[in-house]
Design a protein around this ligand. Structure first.
Ligand code: APR
Length: 287
């Protein structure tokens, strides 16, 4: 039996595809280290100095410590130890306005950008330097791997995850005054013990430093309305805070956050109702 030229060709082509896939490595692997990572990090560092001129920073040294930690521990079988880089940073901390969140990143970014006096992890130097970047080392310890890095889900000791875990811990340990926690009431497990907030930050908060922990549960304006201050996992969070002796408050549907959501997406049907009730309230106040 002889194969037709066409079937022979398609056989060759699938072998070629498999060979290419073999060379590319595991299908789940994402892109490698962010290109130009050194320039981005050092550039952001100098920018941070213009924002906070009182902070004394050696940006080149911070980069060196970071690079050394990643390259030294690039086999993924141990956590990357960033403590030397953290020691090279003398972060100054505010005395109030710490903001924690889970599954509400987009809202938090606009909430903090409109000049509300909040301080998130992204406002610390480490948060500022590394937000949105990806990195991992080459297995032969010769530098960063710009071709491919595993995802967080694939390995236990991901170098990016290790940095955020350490940064989150430091951030939470320093939190004092009035602390805000912004949770997403449109999903199940708004408070999730597996998340960064639930697994590291919460346990690192100190009830003696915190005046009050103020939870805000925010839903998408048109729903779904799944969790609230007295429903779902938020109740578990309140129970933990209570048992550890924190003063706490919990608010559903914070008005300023609802207005912000309407500004972001004015077409939502509840924004029309919102607009009517806000203008009604304003006119009642004026009369
Ligand atoms: N792979 C890559 N990035 C991830 C992954 C993942 N598997 N999981 C989470 N992240 C990153 C994303 O950038 C996401 O926006 O972590 C961010 C926060 O994840 P969430 O699950 O939304 O929230 P949580 O885990 O609770 O972390 C938020 O930790 O970042 C600190 O101080 C911050 O309080 C905040 C909390």
């Amino acid at each position: 039996m002889s194969s037709s030229p066409t079937s022979h060709y398609s056989g060759m082509s699938s072998v070629t595809v498999w060979f290419i896939m073999f060379l590319l490595g595991p299908v789940q692997a994402q892109l490698g280290t962010t290109p130009n990572i050194k320039h981005i990090v050092v550039g952001r560092c100098y920018n941070y100095i213009t924002l906070y001129p009182n902070m004394r920073l050696d940006c080149e040294d911070i980069w060196r410590q970071f690079e050394e930690s990643v390259v030294r521990q690039s086999s993924f079988n141990e956590t990357v130890d960033y403590h030397q880089m953290f020691s090279a940073i003398n972060q100054t901390w505010p005395s109030d306005g710490f903001l924690f969140w889970s599954k509400t990143r987009r809202l938090v970014e606009s909430y903090t950008s409109i000049g509300r006096d909040f301080w998130t992890l992204a406002d610390t130097l480490v948060g500022y330097l590394f937000t949105g970047l990806v990195w991992c080392g080459r297995e032969d310890k010769s530098g960063f791997n710009f071709k491919s890095c595993p995802t967080w889900a694939e390995i236990k000791h991901h170098p990016v995850y290790s940095l955020w875990r350490q940064a989150s811990l430091n951030f939470a340990e320093m939190a004092r005054g009035n602390i805000t926690v912004l949770l997403n009431g449109s999903i199940r497990n708004a408070f999730n013990r597996e998340s960064m907030f639930g697994s590291f930050e919460l346990d690192a908060l100190d009830p003696c430093r915190a005046e009050s922990v103020n939870i805000k549960v925010v839903t998408d304006l048109d729903g779904p309305f799944i969790e609230s201050c007295n429903q779902g996992s938020v109740v578990d969070l309140i129970q933990i805070l209570r048992s550890r002796g924190f003063h706490w408050t919990c608010t559903d549907n914070d008005e300023s956050l609802m207005i912000l959501q309407c500004i972001q997406n004015p077409k939502q049907s509840s924004c029309q109702k919102c607009a009517n009730s806000f203008s009604l309230r304003r006119s009642l106040k004026m009369n």
